[in-house]
Design a protein around this ligand. Structure first.
Ligand code: ADP
Ligand code: MG
Length: 267
């Protein structure tokens, strides 16, 4: 829900970043307030995952200019684990498997670091089991998944549900969900979307990175942004996603060509 007086949680200003020697982000601007759901759409290769990873602090990406304020702090000055403890969450497009590390223990340790930050007491295994069992329902996950290695042998849909379970336990202020809908069948998509809707409050914000409208039939964004060539080319209301579904991204090339001709107009 948009409330213009809601606190700004994330403010990205003219962000440029590269991977190795390749510039990928070329001036991203985005302001996210508490209570808002933003969809970041765009073709493959437009820089959506790069933006997500730069915000999370992935070491392979170098910010070359611009700034990111997160709840008033300089986000880029913080280590990835500090960002996470302070409530920035990234749900991965491709969640990694960590064989040998128990999912339950992984969730407990990460949840405890976040709890310390929130001023809550740390939980031992028994107390945490009670908490996690209460949250499994958010993604309709079976408790058996807690006993396995992190994502070890999970199907695509199970991995994505495990990401949302993590989110439910970490109670992020800003959650970035990178293609959480990809690889999901319709039932899993409904479950994940219901989980995300349940976790969205007036105090937090969600960035849904996706290139399909279908997730946005289930989670209503307040804003839709279209990324192309490393920047946000257009921002609109939820109807913009329907327009993209109908008309595709051909206009993007024309817009980019126009910007090439008139670089001074790039904001
Ligand atoms: P999207 O998520 O929108 O599909 P990405 O952010 O994954 O786009 O990729 C944007 C561009 O950056 C692509 O051209 C991709 O090949 C390039 N890129 C991203 N990560 C790397 C990397 N680690 N090494 C080389 N190129 C990369
Ligand atoms: Mg991506």
């Amino acid at each position: 829900m948009i409330r213009s007086d809601a606190p700004v949680l994330l403010e990205i200003s003219d962000l440029h970043a590269r991977v190795e020697d390749q510039p990928i982000l070329k001036g991203v601007n985005l302001t996210v307030r508490a209570g808002e759901i933003h969809a970041v759409m765009g073709r493959n290769g437009s820089g959506k995952s790069t933006l997500s990873k730069v915000l999370a602090g992935h070491p392979a990406y170098t910010v070359t200019s611009g700034s990111v304020r997160y709840r008033g702090e300089d986000l880029l000055a913080l280590a990835p684990e500090q960002r996470s403890r302070l409530g920035l969450f990234l749900g991965f497009q491709y969640p990694v498997e960590i064989p040998g590390v128990s999912n339950l223990e992984f969730l407990r340790v990460s949840s405890n670091s976040r709890r310390v930050e929130l001023g809550k007491e740390e939980l031992d295994t028994f107390a945490f089991e009670d908490l996690v069992h209460g949250r499994l329902g958010v993604v309709q996950m079976d408790a058996a998944f807690l006993e396995r290695g992190v994502n070890e042998g999970f199907s695509g849909g199970e991995k994505k549900r495990n990401e949302i379970l993590q989110m439910a336990l970490l109670e992020p202020a800003v959650a970035i969900l990178d293609e959480t809908d990809s690889g999901l069948d319709i039932d899993a998509l409904r479950i994940v979307a219901a989980g995300v809707n349940q976790l969205a409050t007036a105090d937090n914000a969600t960035l849904l990175v996706t290139h399909y409208q279908r997730l946005l039939d289930l989670i209503t964004p307040d804003y839709v942004h279209v990324m192309a060539a490393g920047r946000i080319l257009r921002t609109g209301p939820k109807e913009l996603a329907l327009e993209l579904e109908r008309d595709g991204y051909d206009w993007v090339d024309q817009e980019l060509a126009r910007l090439e001709r008139e670089p001074a107009e790039v904001v």
